[in-house]
Design a binder for this molecule. Structure first.
Ligand code: NAD
Length: 469
């Protein structure tokens, strides 16, 4: 974003957040029909502005048009549609039969209500700027909250347009958008919120977590990590494995939180796998990848320099891609497969978050598991293997999610929760799981005043001297 010119004045923050508290307290966001209308407004907003949004994402990171629609706009539309179809059911209170446990509750009722929490702060990242801001927003609204959104300053075109559209289509008593960088976000997090919902890198996740704990507010952290990808000797189809791995690695130019980060290939399949993977870029993007409309760009010079530095310092062998092909002017980094690296290589330290994929040969799955265990728990883990090997990997690892025989697709359905574990996140959301995340499970016990009769009711009260066990 042009140096701070569009950032929200920090002096306005107390009023912006205060307005959301006031509106929540007024009860305006409680009626289900109100919530649904706001979600319909999100759908209308997407429907009437999809081309502009796709163009903004193309400007920010060369996001291919197909990816802008299929990976951003359509998932947000799908999420909104799922809520409109199912939120009545998802929001229904649970009603356990209390007297089944204690007969004294015979004339009573106990419910677990999905109550709104209050004001939710959603801080979203640049890599999937539409779905990662709108999908949590839809869940937070459906649960009856008011929302303050802090969109990423890194994808300036998409952020500016999203702010304008939210202000045009949604009720300002329900959602407010704040713009800014770390400084403004730090000030924003000093305001009172009932829930901090953050998507981004783990280092900032810790800052957000501390800010939430300062207020003892609920916090959800959707973070990242190095996602291991096993390819076992037992994998039935190396060619499909290769293309699914390379697809997951090259969409959005590798800037996907669940992208495969490194491949651990058992030695019998290592050579055919690398060969099959190396054919992928040219087969889908053509001979001149740089001119393909289907391959995106790195989001910023800072990210380009970070990735270029990794490629300059790796001791590995380039199977595809090269330093010479990287172009700082257009922020182009080609799909790059690297082999023959040690675990101390720069590529094996932090999350790569770009179109670079190291492939490591392992003697056994056990050896791969030892490598995975030296790292923080990843957001996603992939296993291309038969049933026996994949369940062995499943049982001997921890991660936010695991997908067997494919990559990335575990996050496309609203019927599975999406989230990390440990360093890759805290809490998960999507579809009905968003209702759980953005609601307070409020216990309500409603007792009869006349049952049990006073003589029985007083058994629990002192004096206790006649009580026998
Ligand atoms: P980013 O730079 O856009 O930052 C995310 C948000 O944090 C932005 O709104 C930004 O303004 C804010 N922020 C930055 N510094 C801050 C600070 N010091 N204090 C408070 N707020 C601050 O995005 P990013 O972090 O570069 O995103 C990439 C990372 O996010 C990767 O690690 C990726 O794996 C992860 N990610 C996770 C998910 C998920 O759903 N789990 C999704 C996408 C990305």
């Amino acid at each position: 974003m042009a140096e701070n010119s569009n950032y929200t004045n920090v002096e306005a923050l107390p009023e912006i957040v205060g307005r959301m508290h006031k509106s929540f307290d007024s009860g305006k966001t409680r009626p289900l029909e109100y919530r649904k209308q706001q979600i319909r407004n999100v759908l209308k907003m997407l429907d009437e502005n999809k081309e502009e949004l796709a163009q903004a994402m193309a400007k920010d990171m060369g996001k291919p048009r197909f990816e802008a629609f299929a990976h951003e706009i359509m998932p947000a539309e799908y999420e909104a549609g799922q809520f409109l179809a199912h939120m009545d059911k998802w929001l229904k209170p649970e009603k356990p039969f209390l007297a089944g446990e204690y007969p004294i509750f015979l004339f009573d009722s106990g419910t677990v209500q999905k109550s709104p929490q209050g004001v939710v702060l959603i801080i979203s990242p640049w890599n999937y700027p539409i779905r990662l801001s709108l999908n949590p927003l839809i869940g937070a609204i459906a649960a009856g909250n008011t929302v303050v959104m802090k969109l990423s300053e890194i994808c300036e075109h998409t952020t500016a347009l999203t702010k304008t559209l939210i202000e045009k289509y949604l009720d300002p008593d329900c959602v407010q958008v704040v713009l800014g960088g770390p400084e403004e976000t730090g000030q924003l997090m000093k305001q009172r919120f009932d829930h901090f919902f953050y998507t981004g890198n783990p280092a900032v996740g810790k800052i957000v977590g501390r800010a939430a704990m300062d207020q003892l507010a609920k916090v959800t952290l959707e973070l990242g990590g190095k996602n291991p990808t096993f390819v076992a000797n037992s994998c039935l189809d190396i060619s499909t494995a290769a293309s699914r791995i390379m697809w997951g690695k090259t969409i959005n130019c590798g800037q996907t939180c669940v992208a495969p980060d490194y491949v651990l290939a058992e030695k019998d399949v290592y050579a055919p796998l690398v060969k099959a993977m190396s054919l992928y870029p040219e087969s889908v993007f053509g001979k001149n990848i740089k001119s393909s409309p289907d391959f995106g760009r790195v989001v910023s010079k800072r990210q380009f320099d970070r990735l270029y530095n990794l490629l300059s310092t790796t001791k590995g062998k380039f199977v595809t891609g090269s330093l010479e092909e990287c172009d700082p002017e257009t922020l182009y980094i080609p799909p790059t497969i690297i082999t023959d690296i040690g675990l101390d290589d720069p590529l094996m330290q932090d999350e790569i978050f770009g179109p670079i994929l190291p492939v490591i040969s392992i003697d056994s799955i056990d050896e791969g598991l030892d490598i995975v265990k030296t790292k923080e728990y990843p957001l996603a883990l992939y296993a291309f293997a038969n049933k026996k090997d994949s369940s062995f990997i499943l049982q001997n690892t921890r991660s936010g999610s695991i997908s067997i025989n494919d990559t990335v697709l575990q996050m496309v359905t609203a019927r599975l929760p999406f989230g990390g574990f440990g360093n890759s996140g805290l809490g998960s959301y999507s579809g009905k799981y968003s209702i759980d995340v953005f609601s307070h499970q409020r216990t309500v016990l409603n007792r009869s005043i006349s049952f049990p009769p006073p003589g029985v009711d007083s058994v629990r009260m002192p004096p206790y001297e006649n009580w026998k066990y």
